[in-house]
Design a protein. Structure first.
Length: 259
């Protein structure tokens, strides 16, 4: 079995693959205060609860955008499963051509999403990933990552609005039945959720216009469920980054075997 871990600023998503098949996943909040022992126990308890055997893990891969936690979670994985996780980053082969001004700036999450998208859907491709940030990635008709758009995420936008406004309350994200809000909560949710959906539609259209051709469209990320019913042109795949992580892991295992 292969353990795939995506560590974002808001959540950590874990997927377990057996024979190239995703057999189970779980999500937990990213907590910078947790120790290595606590993360080890969290991972071990999850595996035990799923009636899986820790000694059956043959490899692991970690994608992290939280540098302060990367080493902690890496150690936790090794302690729990006795495997050294591959960390997506410099020196790791992804097979993804990156044609941007500064390829080294492209984050591990963008690379992993893009690889997952190409493996599952081919190219050209637009990927909308709704997490702490909302990211729209572009894979052109040659299969290269050529850039992206990054905006504040759905929840982050609401928190920023509440923090900067004296009279607006904190709200729970919930899609209103109508766009025109009749109360403060519905009005804020409408702006956040309908506004995000319309932004994605508009940006996708402009991206395709700039490219000069249409693309397949994929929607993923922790907050994507709030807008998936409004983005009918997008294929919803909540596990896209895990698919990318598995593909990157396998590519590097092949390279290792060839040496």
């Amino acid at each position: 079995m292969i353990l795939c871990v995506d560590m974002g600023n808001t959540d950590i998503t874990v997927g377990i693959y057996a024979d190239d098949r995703l057999i189970t996943t779980f999500r937990t909040a990213t907590d910078k205060k947790k120790s290595c022992d606590e993360y080890e126990r969290l991972l071990s308890d999850f595996v035990v609860n799923k009636k899986l055997l820790q000694e059956n893990f043959t490899g692991a891969i970690l994608c992290s955008v939280v540098p302060s936690l990367t080493f902690t979670v890496k150690k936790a994985i090794t302690a729990a499963f006795e495997v050294e996780p591959l960390i997506v980053g410099k020196g790791v082969k992804s097979g993804l051509p990156i044609r941007t001004d500064n390829p080294s700036e492209v984050g591990a999450d963008l690379v992993s999403d893009s690889v997952g998208g190409i493996v599952s859907y081919g190219f050209p491709l637009l990927i909308a990933d709704l997490g702490t940030a909302t990211k729209l990635m572009v894979i052109d008709k040659t299969g290269a990552f050529v850039g992206c758009v990054i905006t504040p995420g759905l929840k982050l936008s609401v928190l920023a609005l509440v923090g900067a406004s004296a009279q607006l309350p904190d709200i729970s994200l919930e899609r209103p039945k109508k766009i025109i809000g009749k109360n403060t909560s519905d009005s804020m949710n409408s702006g956040a959720i309908y506004g995000t959906a319309e932004m994605i539609k508009g940006l996708a259209a402009e991206m395709e216009k700039e490219l000069g051709y249409p693309c397949k469209r994929v929607l993923t990320g922790g907050f994507s469920s709030f807008v998936k019913d409004m983005l009918e042109d997008f294929t919803f795949n909540p596990n896209l980054i895990l698919e990318g992580l598995l593909a990157i892991y396998q590519k590097n295992e092949v390279k290792k075997d060839e040496k």
